[in-house]
Design a protein around this ligand. Structure first.
Ligand code: UGY
Ligand code: MN
Length: 247
């Protein structure tokens, strides 16, 4: 359906709001039976890729060019890694270190978030390990003591890991306690509900299904609106010196 050239999507130097009406699918080498919406990539200015992978039954991903993180949105994925076989359901996730042999196959129609980032080694840090989990088993922590805004960290926080993926759940009316301006960049997929996102000097209505990229230092704030909680999945680079590895 055409909308006479109008969309909520907005591309600014320090952020992208990408709404589902502007999504374009593409194939990627090595993957079979999967179409990718490539939301964030170096071509945008991002230092990682974030995609939504849409699988037909039996569809499979190719090898990862970097570290890979998966979060299942719909359906089931079979992940074989480290001599084990896992079935991930919605909310299930996997972190696969760079170079870790693995396969990912959909047992039926499925959709998943795929995030890939070149690993930044850190002298003295142990190697990152394969992590398989389910969001429902991850303890929620209130953000700055606000019980109405709960954070679940899906990747372990420690020197081996150079990025974080968290979910943030806001009760209706809850908001970030401050406008954040920070060195980390973000990839964000709205999973549930909606609200108002401030990005730079613009305020946008946002809903489940929208994607947002925030460049480093992009001013950001979110307030949840509506009668049900708002929830998003958030990527950020983490725990690495901005100037690179220290000896
Ligand atoms: O962790 C974060 O930087 C997070 N509070 N940012 C955000 O939700 N935009
Ligand atoms: Mn932030």
């Amino acid at each position: 359906m055409h909308q006479f050239g109008s969309t909520r999507s907005s591309r600014k130097p320090d952020h992208l709001l990408q709404t589902p009406d502007t999504f374009v699918r593409s194939p990627l080498p090595g993957a079979e039976g999967v179409e990718f919406i490539i939301h964030a990539a170096p071509q945008l200015g991002a230092r990682f890729t974030q995609m939504t992978a849409e699988f037909v039954a039996g569809g499979s991903l190719g090898p990862a060019p970097a570290q890979r993180f998966l979060y299942v949105l719909d359906g089931k994925l079979e992940v074989k890694a480290g001599d084990k076989r896992h079935i991930l359901k919605p909310g299930g996730f996997a972190y696969l270190p760079q170079g870790a042999a693995h396969t990912v196959r959909a047992t039926g129609i499925a959709r998943a978030v795929v995030i890939e980032k070149p690993y930044e080694p850190q002298a003295g840090a142990a190697d990152p390990k394969i992590v398989i989990g389910d969001e429902s088993a991850v303890k929620a922590t209130p953000l700055m003591d606000d019980d109405a805004l709960r954070v679940r960290a899906l990747i372990p926080d420690g020197p081996p890991y150079d990025f974080a993926v968290n979910t943030l759940t806001y009760d209706p009316g809850a908001s970030l306690p401050m406008v954040e301006i920070h060195v980390m960049e973000h990839g964000l997929l709205m999973l549930e509900g909606g609200g108002v996102y401030r990005l730079g000097d613009s305020w946008y209505p946002v809903y489940a299904g929208d994607f947002i990229w925030m460049r480093a230092y992009c001013p950001q704030w979110f307030g949840a609106l509506g009668k049900r909680p708002a929830k998003y999945l958030l990527y950020k680079d983490w725990r690495r010196h901005p100037l690179g590895e220290s000896e």
